[in-house]
Structures are given as C-alpha cells and as structure tokens.
Design a binder for this molecule. Structure first.
Ligand code: GUN
Ligand code: FE
Length: 456
C-alpha cells in the first residue's frame, strides 16, 4: 500500500560542503518513507504533482525541517557513565571508569534496561543514524541491535573486540572466541525480522569493531581483516591516533610500523572506504594521504578530545576537508559527555576556532554551515550512506527533524523574534536550542521520537 505525506514550510539542508540551502517555502513529498518530490518554492508545484489522498503537514512560521543528525562514533554501553572521569588520560580512563561500567553488560537484563533508555535518548536528540560500539558481550550486542531495530533507529552495531591489555573481568578469552562471537552477531543483525539476509533495505547493519590495536592481538586483528576481505559490504570502526599515551603504547606493541597506525591497520586489511576512524587528532601528512587514498572516513569527536583522553587535542579538520578526506561528527558517548549532536556541533566550532589560532591562521575555522554539513551529509559519506540519507535530495529516505521554535516550549533556545529571518532562527536553534525544539524525529518517514503532542 502506498502512503504519501506532504510537508510544506521551511527546510534547511546541505547539498555538499559548500552549498547550504535554506528555503522559506519548500514542499517535500514523501512516499513510503522516500522523498519523491522536493519543490523549492510554493509557486513551483505542477498541477497533479501531489496525490489526492496524501496527508498534509503544514509547518507554522518559525518551524523548519532539517535532515536527522548522523553520529559516526558512539559507545552505547558508556551512555550511563557520561560525564565521569574528566581529565584522565585515555588508558587510565579506560581502566578506572570505562571497563567496570562496560563489564555490567555481561548481564542481559541490565543491557536490555539500559539500552532501552540509551536509544530513546539519542533519538529524542535527533540522532536518526548512529554507529555504535557495543561492549564485548555478544548477547548485549544482539540486544542493542534488536532495540535499534524495534525503535526504528538507523544504526551500525559492532561487538567490541578486545582480547588483551584489559582486566580479566572484561577481556575476551582468546581471538578464536572473539571472532566466532563476532560472526554470530553479524549473522544475527543481518537476519533481523522483516529483512532478508544482507538486505539492502535494512536499517540496522553490522560493523567490525576492534576497540583499538592496543586491546587486540595480531591474531584477532588478522581474523577481523579476513572477515572484511571475504565480505566487502562490512563496515569497520576503530579508534585511531586519539592521544599521545595511546600512540606511544601502540608503538611499543607494534614497533614494526614505526608509529604509523595507518600502516598498522592497513597491514591487517582494516582500512578501506567503509572504515570509520575515530579521533585522528595527531596525524602526519603521510597518514592523511593514506586515509585519502584508501577513502577512509574520520569521526571527529571534539568533546572527548578536549576533555577525557589526555589533554587538549584538536583534530585538523580543515586540513582533512581540503585534502578531500571524508569527515563526520561523533558524540563519542561516554568519552564525550553529551548525547546531543547540538553540543558536538558547538564544540566543533570551538575546536576549529582553536585550530585556527594554533595553526597561526593556516587552518581556517569552520563556518556554522560547514559544521552543519559535517553533522548531516558529511556523516552520511563517512558511513557510505550518501545515496540514502544526509539531505533532502529526491530519491533519498526521509530521515528528518521537524524543528519547532514556537514560544512556550521552555527550551533553552534564544527567543525567536517575529522579524527573525530563517537564517537567524537556524543560528539560534543550533547554538542554543535543545531536544524540546525537536517536535518530531523521523527515520525513513516513520516518527520515532519528538517532544510534540499530538504526534504528526
Ligand atoms: N580507545 C579505546 N577504547 C576507547 C573508548 O572507549 N573511548 C575512547 N574515547 N577511546 C578509546
Ligand atoms: Fe570512542
């Protein structure tokens, strides 16, 4: 059965890094979750273009539609520990704060309860797509996948691999078991109810997730690389050049790579166009060129980089973009304290201003429009989903946020004035708004969250 919805009102999206479209009077036609027409002004709608039985939604003045946020780096089991361990260096933060929390996910009942709230929280904040690390526990990983599937969040889910350099209570027993459980989780995710095996229309996807080289034996990294070689549709994610303490420890464990994590992960077959590399804060030109050549994506996580992890790390995002390297944003919940992409956007602005100063003007700060691009279309490219989501191009799926700025919401947003332009409303929302401004959140046309009642 065909169902068509028509949204009429303001719409904002990025066509690419340099073209940001802000439309006062758009009309979006959504048929079975897909954008089938996009008229950019109300006077451009040909007669008969909209089916008679369509359901209409008119956005009041001050409201607008934007693409859903794409979170390219997120640890679901760390959601209940956000905010803890500020200022600790990365390996100490893992030992003292993170591993004890992730260990609780050995209990499926605990995992079910926490993941219910975790996924709700990210959806409420407009994160329509997330790339999640689960804990190392297979059952909890399946529970996370089931939870995203049931709630309708688009997601990549990876069982975290870690068979060394972690305490007994969380470390995996050996590489073979880790690999077997990883394959079982991939199989589970690929046969979630309603989809065929490896169905291109699935919303939830597996991702191979070696935590980082420090916590994986060469045998495990090799086995994961072999999985990827056998199946080119598999995404990969890991932490990459995050902080000096981590880089030094990696060099000690793998001296043969002379300090190059790019060479290390490449040698195990883990770098390709589906690789999502979190952080990338300390990078040589050689490594940047390698990421560009291999088409890897960067998950920029400025909140974690400037709080936990080992100091004030500012990734060279402008340089990545100038070289044509794909970049998206990540909450890195819980190294990052926020489950809000709005907070990540703000911190990206701060980090890029700092980078301009630190580089003595060489790396120009990012504009708000460029950061918005990273949070939407840039993330879609990192996840190789640019043909499905990221903006409102005809043919893509409707993953969107209906932003409301009507008074009386009690949101933190700077009040809207009657004569504000759409650009001003947009700026006020991005810099000061919150989830109370997100009236409806849609994934593939299905309303999955939102502050508004009644529902649209
Ligand atoms: N490196 C290895 N594991 C982690 C993690 O959980 N968070 C962060 N930020 N870095 C890591
Ligand atoms: Fe992380």
């Amino acid at each position: 059965m065909t169902s068509t919805s028509v949204f009429q009102g303001a719409a904002i999206h990025s066509q690419d890094q340099t073209s940001f479209e802000i439309l006062d009077e758009a009309t979006l036609v959504i048929t079975n979750g897909r954008i089938t027409a996009f008229f950019k002004s109300s006077s451009h709608i040909p007669p008969g273009a909209i089916p008679e039985d369509a359901t209409f939604y008119n956005l009041p003045h001050g409201d607008f539609l934007m693409p859903g946020f794409i979170d390219t780096h997120n640890h679901a089991p760390q959601w209940p520990m956000r905010g803890r361990g500020q200022g600790l260096h990365i390996l100490d933060w893992l030992d003292q704060v993170t591993f004890p929390v992730e260990a609780r996910f050995a209990d499926p009942k605990y995992a079910s309860r926490i993941y219910e709230d975790t996924v709700d929280d990210f959806l409420r904040h407009g994160i329509t797509t997330a790339s999640y690390y689960s804990s190392r526990h297979a059952e909890a990983t399946r529970i996370l996948a089931n939870t995203c599937h049931r709630k309708g969040q688009r997601a990549f889910i990876g069982k975290c691999n870690m068979d060394r350099n972690a305490p007994d209570y969380i470390r995996e027993s050996d590489a073979k078991t880790s690999l077997r459980e990883t394959e079982e989780c991939i199989q589970h995710i690929r046969t979630l109810p309603g989809y065929g095996h490896n169905d291109p229309s699935a919303l939830v996807w597996p991702v191979v997730t070696p935590r980082f080289a420090i916590s994986c034996t060469p045998e495990l990294l090799r086995g994961l690389g072999d999985l990827v070689k056998r199946d080119r549709t598999l995404a990969i994610q890991t932490h990459f050049n995050e902080a000096q303490q981590e880089i030094d420890a990696t060099r000690d464990l793998f001296p043969e790579f002379n300090g190059s994590e790019a060479d290390l992960y490449e040698s195990f077959g883990l770098l390709n166009r589906r690789s999502i590399l979190a952080h990338c804060t300390i990078m040589t030109d050689y490594e940047k060129e390698k990421l560009k050549m291999l088409e890897c994506g960067v998950a920029h996580c400025p909140i974690a980089n400037m709080t936990v992890g080992g100091g004030f790390m500012v990734a060279p995002v402008r340089d990545f973009l100038s070289r044509g390297i794909k970049v998206g944003l990540g909450t890195d919940s819980g190294g990052g304290w926020a489950s809000q992409m709005l907070a990540v956007i703000r911190q990206t602005m701060i980090a890029s201003n700092a980078r301009e100063v630190l580089s003595e003007g060489k790396d120009k700060a990012l504009s708000l429009e460029e950061v918005f691009y990273l949070a939407t279309m840039g993330g879609a490219k990192v996840l190789c989903l640019e043909d499905q989501i990221g903006n409102f191009e005809v043919g893509k799926e409707f993953d969107a946020i209906w932003v409301t700025t009507t008074s009386g919401l009690q949101s933190a947003m700077t009040p809207r004035e009657d004569d504000d332009s759409l650009q001003t409303i947009f700026e006020k929302f991005i810099l000061t708004g919150d989830d109370r401004n997100m009236a409806h959140v849609y994934v593939r046309g299905r309303r999955v969250a939102g502050s508004a009642y009644p529902r649209a």
